[in-house]
Design a binder for this molecule. Structure first.
Ligand code: PEP
Ligand code: MG
Length: 591
């Protein structure tokens, strides 16, 4: 960069991956040399064998390195260690390991070139896939192969744990393994070319609470070691060599952000009431029992959704009743007398499990999923129901049934709950049958029957992730049709109104646990609809509680009437922006 250009600050735009602001010196993480891979032919049989051995040795070194990282992972980040475990498994995956060896042998070429060839083939296979889970696996494969490549080429990795100055990391990509090595005393934040909001790396950054911007195209080209940079993780901007006035401005913003974060964290332990005193409970969604700690730390008033299927997806066999019972009891012990909403197995669909007896479905989202699967496999369902009823002795359990489409399904499920109770009686087991029963509203047919269903249950929990998918006929993971996936579409709002009216008429409680519940922009509408509880990702609880405290319930109810008159998403968005835009942006990102 020439001197003239250096005098002027450069502003780069990326994706806000983790909020907050940091100012400091840049540090390039990328390892030299790994990108330039030479190809050479190996004719001699013995030499070719050596090449395979060299590859196997590099894999072993990569594996040992990953194990060391897992062992050294701090308590805070242990919940993310499974990402690294996945990478250990991938190291010996047929697709990578087997094919590389095959390529060395068949094409008689060096290990580096064979590995590069296999990885680029795998990456191109994954290129057009929109499923985020599979995309993440493809990224894992690239990270794993980088690690093997470094060992093959003898290149020294930059060991993030050993960086001994206070810096901001700049990288093309940071793997979850690298991110989990971050020492908070030294690393202030990071900027990467790749990645986005749902990447594992950004999830870890948010857990660590450090600012991060990802998806910054020119980051590694334009930012040099020791450049002074500002990372605005909230706004998704990076400033290189900022001017005096930008620097002053961001130093002030940084102080305001830190004190804002401290304030809302402190306030989050208090109940959230609107400006006119209406209480809305804010709960946490969890997938694993350990996450319950984050719910408590962030001021969650209970668990609004415990996605129990992850325990089934993780183990080789279906978990037994005692194992399930212990798991649920662990969560209840931490939450003490706060409610814990245990959702029964929501397996298949986008959460297909591997040991699925070879069953493939043309349309898994419309197939044998959730309650449909459980009603077909009463043995599996009953095991879980018994575990839940037994755990209910130790706290306030709510039982939540997913993806019901009909009244009949509810009746079948209720019969099975009675069966489970009877069998516990017969076995003389301790259990508690006085638990609240609710259904997820996520299939439009059930939403249309909400008036009848409301007479049979204690609460509704609206699962907007699927409700939008099924109402708009739009795959929730398909980027091509994502323009149709909008929680504030007038069609969705009308459905929500029907459900809310039915719940209010029958006097049952109305909850929401889909992603819409944590969307600040949707909050005025949700308040207007009279949601009693919102359940969301635990880290967002302080922000949402804070926003609830800035809005009047009476105003939100009147506002909803205006919203329901709109016919397009654009009109709904403009109205929210006009009436609440300032309150929302001031509450989430203090100026
Ligand atoms: C939903 O569909 O909104 C929901 C909360 O369930 P899941 O995301 O687990 O399908
Ligand atoms: Mg769902």
């Amino acid at each position: 960069m020439d001197a003239a250009a250096k005098q002027k600050e450069i502003i780069l735009k990326g994706i806000s991956a983790s909020p907050g602001i940091c100012i400091g010196k840049a540090y390039q993480v990328d390892h030299e040399g790994v990108d330039i891979v030479k190809r050479y032919q190996i004719i001699d049989k013995k030499a070719l064998e050596n090449e395979t051995t060299r590859f196997k040795k590099a894999v072993k070194q990569a594996k040992d390195e990953l194990h060391d990282i897992i062992k050294g992972t701090s308590e805070d980040l242990l919940q993310h260690a499974d990402i690294l475990e996945t990478q250990v498994v991938l190291l010996e995956d047929k697709m990578l390991y087997g094919r590389t060896i095959e390529t060395i042998e068949k094409e008689k070429i060096n290990a580096e070139w064979a590995l590069k060839k296999v990885v680029s083939k795998v990456s191109s296979m994954f290129q057009d896939i929109t499923d985020t889970y599979l995309k993440d696996r493809a990224t894992d494969i690239v990270h794993v192969s980088d690690r093997i490549m470094r060992h093959l080429m003898g290149a020294e990795p930059v060991n993030i744990a050993e960086i001994d100055k206070r810096v901001i990391l700049i990288a093309r990509d940071l793997s979850p393994a690298q991110t989990s090595q971050i020492n908070l005393e030294r690393i202030m934040g990071f900027v990467t070319v790749l990645g986005g909001v749902t990447s594992h790396t950004s999830i870890i950054a948010r857990t660590l609470g450090i600012p991060a911007v990802q998806g910054v195209d020119d980051a590694t080209r334009l930012i040099q070691n020791d450049d002074i940079i500002i990372v605005d993780g909230s706004g998704g901007h990076v400033f290189i060599d900022p001017s005096e006035s930008t620097l002053m401005d961001y130093m002030e913003r940084q102080i305001r952000f830190e004190s804002y974060r401290a304030d809302i964290a402190r306030d989050s332990q208090r109940a959230a009431r609107t400006t006119d005193g209406h209480r809305v409970k804010v709960m946490g969604n969890i997938e694993q029992p350990e996450q319950v700690v984050a719910v408590m730390d962030n001021g969650g008033e209970g668990v609004g959704l415990f996605r129990t299927e992850f325990q089934y997806l993780a183990s080789a066999e279906f978990p037994g009743e005692d194992e399930l019972f212990e798991n649920y009891k662990d969560v209840l012990d931490v939450m003490q007398d706060q409610p814990v909403t245990i959702r029964t197995l929501d397996i298949n669909g986008d959460k297909a499990f591997v040991r699925n007896s070879g069953m493939t479905e043309a349309n898994p989202a419309l197939g044998l999923r959730a309650i449909r699967y459980c009603l077909k496999r009463p043995d599996i369902f009953k095991t879980q129901l018994r575990a839940i009823l037994r755990a209910a002795v130790f706290g306030e359990v709510r039982l939540l049934l997913p993806m019901l489409a009909t009244y009949d399904e509810l009746m079948f499920a209720k019969n099975m709950i009675e069966d489970a109770i009877q069998s516990l009686e017969d076995d003389d087991k301790e259990y508690n049958r006085n638990i609240q029963l609710g259904v997820m509203i996520e299939v439009p047919s059930l939403a249309m029957m909400a008036d009848v269903i409301a007479r049979e249950v204690d609460f509704f929990s609206i699962g907007t992730n699927d409700l939008i998918q099924y109402s708009m006929a739009v795959d929730r993971g398909n980027r091509e049709v994502a323009y149709l996936y909008n929680p504030l579409h007038p069609a969705i709002l009308r459905i929500l109104k029907i459900v809310s009216d039915a719940a209010k008429k029958e006097g049952i409680e109305l909850f929401m646990c889909g992603e819409m519940a944590g969307d600040p922009f949707s909050l005025p509408v949700l308040l207007g609809l009279g949601l009693d509880e919102l359940s969301l990702n635990p880290q967002s609880i302080p922000m949402l509680k804070n926003l609830i405290r800035s809005i009047s319930f009476a105003d939100a109810e009147k506002f909803l009437q205006k919203i329901l008159e709109q016919t397009t998403c654009k009109a709904v968005n403009e109205l929210i922006q006009k009436e609440y835009g300032e309150i929302i942006s001031a509450t989430i990102y203090p100026k």
